[in-house]
Write a protein that binds this ligand. Structure first.
Ligand code: AMP
Length: 126
């Protein structure tokens, strides 16, 4: 899948639309999700143009990879959920319902999060 430079997170990175920023360094931006599912719901994105984890894990530099994972931990600590616990989640592709085609990790926290994944009502794939 080719990267769409007009996806909403690319536009946030270019400053064309606002975000509620919580962290930024040379490689990473983090901001509050516009439709939070939990008391803490923050998105962490690389500044590079990567469609999803599939793209990022294969094509990002070691510096970008390290900066990203460091940032996820720092953002969670900064949000105050490191002691109580949190969940990170990254959707890739259709089966995961990825909505925005710029790689991002969700950080959820601030309450008990329940099951890791909803019980599916669809049959397993062949
Ligand atoms: P995903 O299904 O993993 O692609 O999730 C995309 C997330 O981006 C959703 O949780 C949306 O609420 C969030 N989102 C979409 N537009 C914005 C925006 N302009 N600012 C912050 N979060 C957004």
């Amino acid at each position: 899948m080719a990267y769409d430079p007009n996806n909403i997170f690319a536009r946030i990175l270019r400053g064309e639309i606002p975000c509620k920023k919580v962290f930024e360094d040379a490689h990473v931006l983090a901001f509050h999700d516009i439709n939070p599912q939990t008391p803490v719901h923050i998105l962490v994105i690389p500044k590079g143009a990567y469609v999803s984890l599939e793209d990022f894990s294969a094509n990002a530099s070691d510096v970008e990879l390290a900066a990203f994972l460091r940032a996820v931990g720092a953002v969670a600590r900064g949000a105050g959920v490191a002691a109580t616990g949190y969940r990170i989640l990254a959707n890739h592709g259709a089966d995961a319902n990825q909505e925005v085609p710029h790689f991002h990790v969700h950080i959820f926290g601030g309450r008990r999060l329940g099951r890791m994944i909803a019980r599916g009502d669809t049959p397993p794939q062949a």
